[in-house]
Ligand binder design. Structure first.
Ligand code: HEM
Length: 186
């Protein structure tokens, strides 16, 4: 077996990714404030966003089947999630809440490609909101960072679960990580 180097990033887990990623992405106070100032606009935009979001998911058999038996009118999940992108507070609690949302999708057996293929809808409606900012360019860049953070969180939720279960199965995270790289057989 190849010598397998331990990576510092492996010790960053759960909501602790918040601190690491805000530093990496350099999310500034000014950017947070620009987004928070748009919260009311985001609330106004949320209905149109929700219509497009569920419209797409319901138009396709493979995605619509996840909503069978659910009353989507009473499961208006995505609107508050969208508005919170403009909440101005992106702390460890925000990340933990969003990781949990990711885990809900892991639990229903939803392939990660589906949530990721909805990002353009969120982006489109986010752009509408950002245009109302007195500083649209800066607000756009802030929104892109926050959406990127959310994509990272969604993926992290999936990866955490895979790693956790594989580590349980093989008796350790280090071996699980090695297996996931495909490097264990070398
Ligand atoms: C970026 C994409 C998405 C976001 C932001 C999102 C957001 C959410 C949120 C906030 C919840 C509520 C979680 C909770 O109970 O606390 C939820 C639940 C749910 N989502 Fe998503 N979602 C996304 C993509 C999808 C896709 C692509 C599907 C299906 C094809 C889907 C199906 C569901 C279902 C079925 C539930 C209810 C689960 C249950 O209560 O059993 N979601 N979603």
């Amino acid at each position: 077996m190849e010598d397998y180097e331990e990576r510092k990033s492996w010790s960053v887990k759960n909501e602790n990714i918040h601190e690491e990623l805000s530093e990496l992405m350099e999310i500034t106070e000014e950017e947070k404030n620009l987004l928070a100032d748009l919260k009311d606009v985001a609330e106004e935009q949320a209905d149109a966003m929700t219509d497009d979001f569920y419209g797409r998911l319901m138009a396709h058999e493979n995605t619509a089947e996840y909503f069978e038996g659910l009353d989507t009118d009473n499961h208006d999940f995505v609107a508050p999630w969208f508005v919170d992108l403009f909440g101005g507070t992106y702390d460890a609690e925000y990340v933990a809440d969003r990781l949990e949302i990711g885990h809900v999708h892991v639990r229903i057996g939803l392939p990660v490609r589906y949530p990721l293929s909805m990002i353009d809808v969120i982006m489109e409606h986010g752009e509408e909101v950002v245009e109302e900012s007195p500083e649209p360019e800066k607000a756009m860049s802030a929104f892109q960072k926050l959406l990127s953070l959310d994509i990272a969180i969604f993926n992290q939720a999936y990866e955490d679960r895979q790693l956790e279960h594989l580590a349980e199965l093989v008796g350790g995270e280090r071996l699980a990580r090695r297996l996931l790289t495909g490097g264990a057989s070398k």
